[in-house]
Design a protein around this ligand. Structure first.
Ligand code: ATP
Ligand code: FE
Length: 338
C-alpha cells in the first residue's frame, strides 16, 4: 500500500510518501516569515502553504520515485490546527483525489504525532512500542498523556489545563528576548547552565493533568525583580535561567507520567511532538525509564516537529480499516476526541 501524506496544520507545509510503514520521502517547507513577528501569523501561514503545497507534493513524489497514479490513498491532516492553514492541505487532497480517483483518509494531527513511532526507514527498522502504551504528547499546542490501545483507539488520560509545554518554553524565551520558536534555543543554552541556579513554582493539579501558567508567571517575576536592580541580569545569567527552566518543565512532565505508568501498570512509554526533541526531556525519560524498568521510545528528530510522514502513517492504519473520508469533509480547528 502506497500512501501520500499531507500536513499543513500550522506553519510547516509537508508531504511524504510511505509504502506500508516504510518512509520513501518526507519533504518539509518551513515558513521563515513568522520569525520576525515572534509567532505564527495565520494569514501569512495560509498564504505560504498555498505557495508551497504543489512543489512540496511534487518533490515528495519525485524523491519517492512514485507517480500520483500509483498512490492507494491520500492522507491529510483534518485538524486540530489553524483553519486557514488546514484548508490548503484539505483542498489540495480533495483536488488530487477527484482528479486521480484516489480515496482520501482524514487524520487527527495528534494521532499522527503519536503514530510516528511506527514508521521505519528504508535501511533501518526503528523501535516500535507495543499496545497498550502511554505517550506523552508534548507540542506547541498540546501537552497530554495518551493511553494508546491500538493505532486508532487512543484515550487522553491527562491534559494541560492552561499552557502547553512548548508554549511555556516559547513564552519564557520571549521574556528573555530570545528568537521564536524559543524551545530549541533554550535547549541549546541550557547545556551551559546550572539547572539548580533558580527555583520556579511547580503546579498542584489533580490526577494526570498539567499546568504551566504558574511556572511562567514565576519565571516572569524572577526576571522582573532581578532586572530592577541589575539591568544586565538576563544577559549574564541566560544559561542558568534556561537550564533551571528546562529542568523544572521536565520534572513537571515526568512526575505525572510516572504516576500514570504506576497506576495503569503500563511500562511502554513514548514521547512525541515538538518538545520531544528537547535533550533534557529525552535524557530525563531515558533515565527515569532505566530506574523504573520502562521500555522508552524517543522519536527520531525528524519526526518530532510537524511532518507529513506521521500523517501518512496514521492514514495507512485508517485506510486498512476502510475509513475513507467523504468529499465534503472540512477542516476542524479543534477535534473533540483523539
Ligand atoms: P500541535 O502539534 O499541538 O498542533 P505544533 O504542531 O505547533 O502544535 P510542534 O511542531 O509539534 O507543535 O512543536 C513545536 C513546539 O516544539 C514549539 O513550541 C517549539 O518551541 C518546541 N520545541 C521544538 N524543539 C524543542 C526543543 N529542543 N526543546 C524544547 N522545545 C522544543
Ligand atoms: Fe504538531
Amino acid at each position: 500500500i502506497t500512501i501520500l501524506g499531507i500536513e499543513s496544520s500550522c506553519d510547516d507545509t509537508s508531504a511524504a510518501v510511505l509504502r506500508s510503514n516504510v518512509l520513501l520521502s518526507n519533504v518539509i517547507a518551513s515558513q521563515a516569515v513568522h520569525v520576525k513577528y515572534g509567532g505564527v501569523i495565520p494569514e501569512l501561514a495560509s498564504r505560504a502553504h498555498q505557495q508551497n503545497i504543489v512543489p512540496v507534493v511534487d518533490t515528495a513524489l519525485r524523491e519517492a520515485g512514485v507517480t500520483a497514479d500509483e498512490l492507494d490513498a491520500i492522507a491529510f491532516t483534518r485538524g486540530p490546527g489553524l483553519v486557514g492553514s488546514l484548508l490548503v492541505g484539505v483542498s489540495f487532497a480533495k483536488g488530487l483525489s477527484i482528479a486521480r480517483n484516489i480515496p482520501m483518509v482524514e487524520v487527527n494531527h495528534l494521532q499522527g504525532h503519536i503514530l510516528s513511532h511506527f514508521i521505519d526507514l528504508p535501511d533501518r527498522q526503528l523501535p516500535h512500542p507495543s499496545f497498550p502504551f502511554l505517550c506523552l504528547l508534548v507540542s506547541g499546542g498540546h501537552t497530554q498523556i495518551v493511553r494508546v490501545d491500538s493505532p486508532t483507539r487512543m484515550r487522553i488520560i491527562g491534559t494541560t489545563i492552561d499552557d502547553a509545554a512548548g508554549e511555556a518554553f516559547d513564552k519564557c524565551a520571549k521574556v528573555m528576548g530570545l528568537p521564536y520558536p524559543g524551545g530549541p534555543v533554550i535547549d541549546r543554552l541550557a547545556r551551559e547552565g546550572d539547572p539548580k541556579a533558580f527555583r520556579f513554582a511547580r503546579p498542584h493539579v489533580e490526577g494526570y493533568d498539567y499546568s504551566f501558567s504558574g511556572l511562567k508567571t514565576s519565571f516572569l517575576y524572577t526576571l522582573r525583580d532581578a532586572v530592577a536592580s541589575d539591568p544586565g541580569f538576563v544577559e549574564r545569567r541566560k544559561a542558568d535561567l534556561c537550564a533551571s527552566l528546562q529542568t523544572t518543565i521536565v520534572e513537571i512532565l515526568l512526575d505525572k507520567l510516572v504516576r500514570a505508568s504506576k497506576e495503569t501498570g503500563i511500562r511502554d512509554i513514548a514521547i512525541a511532538g515538538g518538545v520531544s526533541a528537547n535533550s533534557g526531556l529525552r535524557d530525563g525519560i531515558a533515565e527515569t525509564g532505566r530506574r523504573r524498568g520502562w521500555r522508552t521510545f524517543l522519536p527520531e528528530f525528524k519526526f518530532t516537529t510537524d511532518n507529513a510522514a506521521m500523517i501518512a502513517m496514521a492514514g495507512y492504519y485508517r485506510y486498512k480499516l476502510g475509513e475513507v473520508a467523504s468529499l465534503d469533509v472540512s477542516p476542524a480547528a479543534r477535534l473533540e476526541n483523539m
